[in-house]
Each structure stands twice: as structure tokens, then as C-alpha cells.
Design a protein around this ligand. Structure first.
Ligand SMILES: Nc1ncnc2c1ncn2[C@@H]1O[C@H](COP(=O)(O)OP(=O)(O)OP(=O)(O)O)[C@@H](O)[C@H]1O
Length: 232
């Protein structure tokens, strides 16, 4: 569904990805793991057109991916960044309406009502400002907003970062529900247990390259790989 072939990318003069290649399959969850600074977020930003590729190719559903972030989103990839990027001065309702207006429409799978069914907590906070939400509520809002874009691929950067264990469990269960419905996902995550219980497939990144590929089951059983690449 999404393929990266030998991607070189980075920030200005600083190269971070060195020949990054990976493949996310339709209807499956791919976890991208690795130590701090390995290049995981940079990989996601490059996929989303926020950083230019210096060389290599990214294909989505068989075609070269669009260049601009907006066109990539239109093509069916929604991205929940590490920073969540909700609008702090707008209410929950307004944050959701912006996504629904831009990307929804007749026959859209995801509606306002459906995201509130998934996250009833947001329904109780509709008139609250984005800045008044807890970290967990902000993450729910960021995911809900991404779903209103009606993506075929959902990309999440560290969705559990800074969240209390009970909220981590809630986010896990909701992503599991989305997976059961067949939504394809790419997940960057430091929480090994969270990532490998959701994912089907795993790639481990080190110094801007993939150094390990296999199933979530394989890496859970491979203590040597966990120790070597993740410091688990
Ligand atoms: N805006 C930036 N400008 C320059 N270098 C950056 C920038 N953002 C990240 N880097 C560098 O790129 C490298 C990879 O960072 P990246 O954020 O992709 O790592 P990561 O694997 O996602 O780890 P983390 O869990 O720490 O976010 C790091 O060495 C980092 O210092």
C-alpha cells in the first residue's frame, strides 16, 4: 500500500535518512521502532511531504506519492503528529468541523457522529477550547480529526507519549477497533508493549536505515534484537 524505496532525506544540510526502505501493507498495522533519534519521526515527515526527499521514491497504492502535504492527505493518508497539532484557540467542535468540511462530504465513512461514538469523551467536551483539554483528550481529538479525513492509511507518531496508563489502554483499544475494521496504519511508538500488541509487522530503524524486519510476534520473541536495537 505504501512503499519507501531507498529514501535519503533530512533537515537542510543534515541528512537523517540513509536509504530508508519499508513497506506497509493494506489492512495491516506496521510499527516503526527504534531508539531516540533513529529517524522514525523524520521518516513520517518525509512520507507526509513535510521534508523533501533528496533521492529515492515513495509510492502510495502503486503511484508516486504527491509532493504537497494537502494533496497527500487528499490522496488518503492522515497523519497524527507527535505534537498533535490541534488548534488550541478553537473548540473541540470547531477542530472537528474543519476536518469534516475539508475532507468529508456525501457518503464519507467517517462523520461527526461516528467519531463521537468512538470517543464519547469528546462529545462531553465539544465546547471546550483545545487548550483546555488533557493530553489524552488532545490525542483523542487528533485521532478523531484524522479519521474525519476518511483516510485509507492512518499514520501515528508516538500516540501514547506523555499519557497516563489508563488513557494509553483506551487509545490502544480504539486503535484495535480501527484495525479490526480493516484500517491500515503505520505507527511510530516508544512503548514496545503497546506497539507490538497492535502491530502485525515491525521494522526497526537505526541511524536512518531499517536494520530489522519481521512480525510483531517475532520481535516479541527475539530478546537479542530487542536488546541490540531498542535497549529493551
Ligand atoms: N528540525 C530538525 N532539524 C535538524 N535536525 C533534526 C530536526 N528534527 C530532528 N532532527 C535530527 O534528526 C535525527 C532523527 O530525529 P527523529 O525525530 O526522526 O528521531 P526519532 O527516531 O523519531 O526519535 P525520537 O523518539 O527522539 O523522536 C536526530 O538526530 C535529530 O536530532
Amino acid at each position: 500500500m505504501l512503499e519507501l524505496n531507498a529514501i535519503n532525506s533530512g533537515y537542510g544540510e543534515t541528512q537523517v535518512l540513509y536509504g530508508m526502505s519499508l513497506c506497509a501493507q493494506q489492512g495491516r498495522v506496521l510499527a516503526v521502532l527504534g531508539r531516540n533519534g533513529a529517524g522514525k519521526s523524520t521518516t513520517l515527515k518525509t512520507i507526509m511531504g513535510l521534508l523533501p526527499t533528496r533521492s529515492g521514491e515513495i509510492r502510495f497504492e502503486g503511484k508516486p506519492i504527491a509532493k504537497r502535504s494537502f494533496d497527500i492527505a487528499k490522496a488518503g493518508i492522515a497523519y497524527v503528529p507527535e505534537t498533535r497539532d490541534i488548534f488550541p484557540s478553537l473548540s473541540v467542535r470547531e477542530n472537528l468541523e474543519i476536518a469534516a468540511k475539508r475532507f468529508g462530504g456525501d457518503g464519507a465513512d467517517w462523520t461527526f457522529e461516528r467519531v463521537l461514538d468512538l470517543f464519547p469523551r469528546l462529545g462531553e467536551r465539544l465546547d471546550n477550547g483545545g487548550a483546555q483539554l488533557s493530553g489524552g483528550e488532545q490525542q483523542m481529538l487528533a485521532i478523531a480529526r484524522a479519521l474525519l479525513m476518511n483516510p485509507r492509511l492512518l499514520i501515528l507518531d508516538e500516540p501514547t507519549e506523555g499519557l497516563a496508563p489508563i488513557i494509553v489502554k483506551l487509545i490502544h483499544d480504539k486503535l484495535q477497533e480501527l484495525k479490526a475494521e480493516g484500517l491500515s496504519m503505520v505507527l511510530v511508538e516508544q512503548n514496545f508493549g503497546f506497539a507490538t500488541s497492535l502491530a502485525d509487522d515491525v521494522v526497526v530503524v537505526s541511524k536512518g536505515q531499517v536494520v530489522w524486519t519481521g512480525s510483531a510476534q517475532d520481535i516479541r520473541a527475539d530478546e537479542e534484537a530487542q536488546h541490540k536495537w531498542l535497549g529493551v
